[in-house]
Design a binder for this molecule. Structure first.
Ligand code: HEC
Length: 111
């Protein structure tokens, strides 16, 4: 059963990374997210539910690195990549594309 679930997971990931045109081209999820218009108000709520557990409610009071020290120098591309792919000791966060765009808008408005 465990093997079956793993297989299904792998298939699920594969689906997410490829477009459905049938040519197997890899869709750049980061670019897709960057093309969206983020909503900073929605992003604030999403930050509270998805990020504040480690980074603190204000982004600077958690166990994870202070976002005020990270966000201003980071490109949009990098921040989105960190959210969806993780970095170092931070695991990827499961987010819809629009949710990631909203959180980015909130971070840009806050730091
Ligand atoms: C389970 C804990 C956890 C959660 C949840 C989490 N982070 Fe992190 N985050 C970390 C840790 C730990 C690091 C430091 C990673 C390292 O450098 O090893 C980090 C690093 C970062 C960095 C800095 C990356 C860099 O270039 O150094 C950013 C930006 C960031 N997180 C944003 C977010 C956002 C936005 C969310 C919510 C979508 C989020 N994090 C959710 C733990 C978390």
């Amino acid at each position: 059963m465990a093997v079956l679930s793993l297989t299904l997971l792998a298939v699920g990931c594969g689906d997410k990374d490829t477009d459905d045109s049938g040519d197997g081209a890899t869709v750049d999820v980061v670019s897709e997210i960057l093309a969206l218009q983020g909503d900073e108000t929605g992003g604030e709520a999403l930050f509270a539910s998805s990020c504040s557990g480690c980074h603190g409610v204000d982004g600077d009071s958690g166990t994870a690195p202070m976002l005020s020290a990270k966000v201003p120098d980071a490109s949009d591309d990098h921040i989105v990549d960190v959210m969806i792919n993780g970095i170092g000791n931070m695991a990827p966060v499961s987010l819809e594309n629009q949710e990631a765009a909203d959180i980015l808008a909130f971070l840009r408005a806050s730091f």
